[in-house]
Design a protein around this ligand. Structure first.
Ligand code: ADP
Ligand code: ASP
Ligand code: MG
Length: 438
């Protein structure tokens, strides 16, 4: 039995939490390969080391040298090393790291040092080898994970009883350090799980599993005991950031289940995430609800749009021209909408794009809505339960919220509703109460 365990930022936040990690790892001989994040917040209002490192990057870009911000990073690591009495020359490593940052001040390199340092400390605490992700996690020229990663990782882990691998980063095709997107240590953990042929990928965090809704918005939401990779992908992509939405891809290919566990309550069972083939939805209708704020919707209407050859093609070509990705594209006979993450729309781009759409396809109506939140209601059970959509809409209407957009999409396990940002929390609570409160 092999377990790969990823510990998130709160689990690595200070000496005490690192001792918890040690106890968890050593409590089970199957827990062999450990992937760690950079230290997270120790208390509300504290800084995450990764955020601090992005600020160090700015500091060095401005002055050419590490300064006060790097000293804050130094203080966190050296404080913990002292507290734990580690036989690691942490000051020497931090001096070396400062020099490397001054020589290679890319945001990815600087940010990656949080995981690098945290993994070195964890390896020292456990008394096991440290594996530098730079040597084993490779990206191709397009920035995608390179398949060479798997044999490299296998080789590096071979013959090691235990090892600690740094999360979040790897090496790009140009030989420079590259990170995954934020929260990406979850992906690193999944990659290591696949390389190691793990029986389970344990993802240790600060909650006792995946809840049916964001616990920061709904008080005490119910725990989802098990869900499918597909449901996880939909929920995490739509904002349930317990687990990075891309972390299922490496494990899915090898059918490795993911178990979410709580470092602060290790006895809790947590949530099990399974391939669809092995998963039973247990008769429930909705598995979970998630959401994200700040989208822009471009709504286009034109009579007989469907009869016009290449209509969608021409609009899409304009999005390509402006290098704009979109999240959803709900459409009807004479209507078509694009739901775009507002942060990808640079200054003035939207106006320019709308102008070009008008010139290109002469729509009858072209309207833009911004400050839209998307709420996704997810569950395999929804395709079997009659009247789910009407329950969702009645709950939202009863909460006095106006629905701005609906996308049932082609995925039958997901209904997406757009509402104004100001109604985001209220809508989540209303839908949650409809399906989960007795
Ligand atoms: P880590 O640092 O361990 O990777 P994250 O902060 O990335 O942890 O993810 C855990 C957090 O995700 C929780 O503390 C919780 O606030 C948040 N979260 C959002 N949606 C959910 C959900 N549906 N269930 C559980 N936690 C959620
Ligand atoms: N430390 C990185 C971040 O804060 C990666 C991670 O924690 O997963 O995004
Ligand atoms: Mg995370």
């Amino acid at each position: 039995m092999i377990k790969v365990c990823k510990f998130g930022g709160t689990s690595m936040a200070d000496g005490n939490t690192m001792l918890r990690v040690k106890a968890i790892v050593e409590g089970d001989p199957a827990r062999r390969y450990i992937v760690v994040s950079a230290p997270g917040k120790r208390y509300g209002g504290d800084e995450k080391v990764t955020d601090l490192l992005y600020a160090v990057h700015e500091e060095v870009a401005e002055s050419g040298h590490v300064g006060e911000r790097y000293e804050r990073v130094r203080a966190r690591f050296s404080g913990v090393a002292r507290e734990l009495g580690l036989s690691l020359d942490i000051e020497g490593i931090l001096d070396e790291t400062a020099k490397e940052i001054e020589a290679e001040n890319t945001p990815d390199f600087v940010a990656s040092r949080g995981e690098y340092l945290s993994a070195r400390m964890m390896a020292a605490l456990l008394g096991v080898p440290f594996v530098d992700a730079r040597d084993v996690v490779k990206f191709d020229a397009e920035g995608r994970l390179d398949e060479r990663t798997y044999p490299l990782l296998r080789e590096a882990l071979k013959g090691k009883r235990r090892a600690v691998v740094a999360g979040f980063y790897g090496e790009g095709a140009d030989g420079k350090i590259r990170t995954f997107s934020r929260g990406g240590s979850d992906i690193s953990g999944a990659v290591v799980a696949r390389a190691a042929g793990a029986d389970v990928y344990e993802n240790w965090t600060d909650v006792s599993g995946f809840m049916a809704c964001d616990p920061r918005i709904v008080e005490n939401p119910v725990l989802i005991r098990s869900l499918s990779y597909k449901e996880l992908r939909e929920l995490s992509y739509m904002g349930a950031n317990v687990l990075h939405s891309e972390s299922i891809f490496p494990v899915r290919e090898a059918n490795i289940p993911i178990r979410i566990k709580n470092t602060f309550r290790p006895e809790d069972e947590g949530t099990l995430i399974l391939p669809t083939s092995r998963y039973t939805f247990g008769g429930r209708t909705v598995t979970g609800i998630a959401g994200k704020k700040n989208f822009t919707v471009i709504f286009i209407e034109k009579s007989l749009m469907n009869a016009e050859v290449g209509f969608a093609y021409r609009v899409l070509a304009l999005l390509v021209k402006h290098n704009i990705t979109f999240e959803h594209m709900p459409s009807g006979i004479d209507t078509m909408s694009f739901v775009i993450d507002s942060s990808v729309l640079g200054h003035g781009v939207l106006e320019q794009l709308c102008e070009e759409i008008r010139e290109e396809v002469h729509p009858g109506v072209l309207r833009v809505f911004d400050n839209i939140s998307l709420i996704a209601v997810v569950g395999h059970g929804m395709s079997r339960a009659v009247g789910t959509a009407s329950r969702i809409f009645r709950a939202i209407a009863d909460a006095g919220v106006n629905v701005r957009m609906i996308d049932q999409g082609s995925s039958e396990i997901n209904v997406i509703v757009g509402v104004d940002n100001e109604n985001y929390e209220r809508t989540l609570r209303a839908v949650y109460n409809e399906f989960f409160r007795e």
